[in-house]
Design a protein around this ligand. Structure first.
Ligand SMILES: [Ca+2]
Ligand SMILES: [Ca+2]
Length: 361
């Protein structure tokens, strides 16, 4: 049963800021009203109506490895009429922001896990009247669909910093949230499979929003300690295992002629191994998705991403994989895995993703 498991050291290296926290603003993608305010500190919303902001760490994390983060959170100074709150989000794509107001920048992000600290009672969402913490999923903020909570917190809209600590233990599949030193909520769930469909690589971010009522929301990082997902270059045993378990993989050696959909001959070796592998699992289908960076026009990017995905499909067909097992599609510049700001980032965004799925009879 465990043939798809492989030792941890193959997938992860420790990436720890614990001793010497040096997060640079370049490590984050910010949007909306988010502003750097001091070293390691960010404002997420203004104390204005309909303010919202997000901050995403640019590097993905691997949920198969342990994770711990600690930060100071400011939820503003208005208690009676303060709103709406902050959400810590895990999501497979680097996303900017969901809906503001009661959505707190989280609503609509799917698939996802979100830890909300909510300071405004929205009765139609079954919010309690007090400040509360809950674990949400898939961008849904209604408490009927919680993973945990809502649990009562003391009033946090007191103009003070509150220390939030989030700990993920993959072996126990357990995430615990501590606020000012006290454990207020946890969940135990196989989120890699139940939420993220087998894909353990996710991004993390923090979002916040105000609506008709307001507060200034801000955070300061204290400690970030996690294992970083490392790309695996060849179509190795471990990469094959990821494919079998339904995860999305990319083959960094898969390259095309500049500006064309012609596959470079240097990429054939790895594609041949992929074709051999697909022959071993004749009851599966494979999805081949093409993506580009944001250089050039959207329509040209759409066209080339589609042409490249189809070129890969054609190559696999030429190696004996039946056409009906391959679904090739281009998404243009949508769904970048990282920002398009640097050459290295753009290279990551220009990619073909593969995902194997079982044929349902
Ligand atoms: Ca609320
Ligand atoms: Ca309150």
């Amino acid at each position: 049963m465990n043939r798809f498991l492989f030792p941890f050291f193959l997938c992860c290296i420790t990436f720890s800021f614990a001793q010497n926290l040096k997060l640079s603003p370049d490590d984050f993608l910010i949007s909306g009203d988010t502003r750097l305010t001091a070293n390691q500190c960010y404002q997420l919303t203004y104390d204005n109506n309909w303010s919202s902001g997000s901050l995403w760490f640019k590097k993905p994390i691997d949920l198969r490895a342990a994770f711990e983060m600690e930060l100071d959170v400011m939820l503003g100074c208005r208690d009676e009429d303060g709103a709406d709150g902050i959400v810590f989000v895990f999501h497979p794509k680097i996303q900017k922001i969901g809906f503001a107001g009661e959505g707190m920048g989280f609503a609509g992000l799917r698939p996802s896990v979100g830890i909300e600290i909510d300071t405004w009672e929205n009765e139609h969402l079954l919010d309690p009247s007090y400040d509360h913490v809950a674990i949400l999923k898939n961008g849904i903020i209604h408490h009927d669909y919680n993973m945990a909570g809502p649990n009562r917190l003391p009033n946090l809209e007191d103009c003070k910093d509150h220390r939030v600590r989030i700990v993920w233990l993959p072996d126990e599949k357990k995430m615990t949230v501590y606020i000012d030193g006290k454990g207020y909520i946890y969940f135990k769930k196989d989120i890699i499979h139940k939420i993220f469909k087998g894909n353990s690589t996710v991004y993390w971010g923090v979002t916040a929003g105000t609506g008709g009522f307001t507060n200034r929301h801000a955070i300061c990082f204290e400690k970030i300690d996690f294992k970083e997902a490392v790309p695996i270059i060849p179509l190795s045993t471990s990469l094959q295992n990821q494919l079998v378990s339904g995860e999305t993989i990319t083959l960094p050696s898969l390259q095309f002629e500049n500006g064309q959909s012609k596959i470079r001959s240097s990429s054939f070796v790895e594609l041949d191994r992929l074709a051999e592998f697909l022959k071993k699992y004749p009851d599966t289908k494979i999805e081949v998705f093409g993506f580009t960076d944001n250089k050039g026009s959207e329509s040209a990017n759409q066209a080339i991403s589609s042409a490249r995905a189809k070129a890969v499909a054609k190559y696999l067909i030429s190696k004996g994989i039946p056409k009906g097992r391959i679904n090739a599609k281009g998404f243009g510049e949508a769904y970048p895995v990282t920002s398009n700001l640097t050459k290295a980032d753009r290279l990551l965004n220009r990619r073909i993703e593969f995902r194997m799925t079982r044929i349902i009879p």
